[in-house]
Ligand binder design. Structure first.
Ligand code: 13P
Length: 283
């Protein structure tokens, strides 16, 4: 069933766990996430990263929202729809109007005052339109640039408290040693900092850069206040490997319509990965 993201985050908080938010680029990924959520009875979020349709022409915004809503309405488990990193007011509001009732405004590349001002502007309009807003303080950069190691970028508890109070965001992305993409070295989450931020704020906390963080660290982070956990790179990697495996298995067999077998082949592989991953989420 399609559920508001804020409701799912509240459920996660009550269960001392995190809902996993998977970046999906198409039907195969969204279908697999929702089918596995239903099979394992685990709430999930399906997330669109605007960069994927803007740069890679993966899908259109309204079509993605409608597809996820229809899939979500066909199952009993709660499924939320979320728009990942968006960087300007206009595109966030456009996406809400095209069907996203939960969005992220990421103004974390700016200083604190500008971040507060832009986030505040988005929450004011988004809340009137009935949408939830996630925003970021501190800066979660790219793992390839070793951003997870740059503690200057880490979120500070006092700034997080002020940010939440002045922007009225519904959830908060924090930087505690995590980064997007493939980690150069094993990340070490700053759990003491997470506890401080959690004590200073009263919104669900979000951990980005989920691919490659050791599960033992995630289990602790979920117990200490992380209620939403983003995964992208790893999931896309499983997808690519499944396509490559199918191509390898069928190369040269001359059948003209074998392309039609690709969706179900990759969906099975994606579901296998997701079933393992969703064990982290203890609702
Ligand atoms: P990864 O691609 O590192 O898993 O991060 C995903 C993410 O945080 C999207 O916002």
């Amino acid at each position: 069933m399609l559920e508001k993201v804020s409701t799912i985050l509240r459920m996660a908080d009550e269960c001392n766990t995190a809902v996993i938010s998977f970046i999906c680029m198409d039907y195969n990924m969204a279908y697999s996430v929702i089918a596995t959520a239903e099979k394992t009875n685990t709430p999930v979020l399906v997330m669109l990263l605007p960069e994927h349709y803007e740069k890679n022409n993966t899908m259109n915004v309204g079509g993605f929202a409608a597809m996820v809503k229809e899939l979500a309405e066909s199952v009993k488990v709660p499924v939320g729809l979320h728009l990942d990193h968006s960087y300007d007011y206009e595109s966030v509001i456009r996406s809400i109007k095209k069907g996203f009732s939960s969005v992220m405004i990421d103004a974390s590349a700016y200083g604190l005052e500008e971040n507060i001002a832009l986030t505040r502007k988005v929450t004011e309009t988004a809340h009137i339109l009935g949408a939830d807003v996630e925003a970021e303080i501190g800066h979660v950069g790219l793992a390839q640039d070793c951003d997870g190691d740059k503690s200057d970028y880490y979120t500070k508890a006092d700034a997080a408290e002020r940010f939440c109070r002045e922007t009225e965001v519904d959830s908060l992305t924090i930087a505690i040693g995590n980064a997007h993409g493939v980690y150069v070295e094993t990340p070490h989450l700053d759990i003491a900092r997470l506890e401080e931020i959690n004590a200073a704020t009263d919104v669900p906390l979000v951990l980005h850069g989920g691919s490659g963080i050791p599960h033992e660290q995630l289990e602790i982070a979920f117990r200490k206040g992380i209620n939403k956990f983003n995964v992208g790179t790893e999931f896309l990697g499983v997808y690519y490997d499944a396509v490559a495996e199918y191509v390898h298995n069928t190369e040269g067999d001359g059948r003209p319509l074998k392309m039609l077998e690709v969706p179900m082949f990759v969906q099975e592989r994606l579901c296998g990965y997701l079933e393992e991953k969703l064990k982290l989420s203890r609702f």
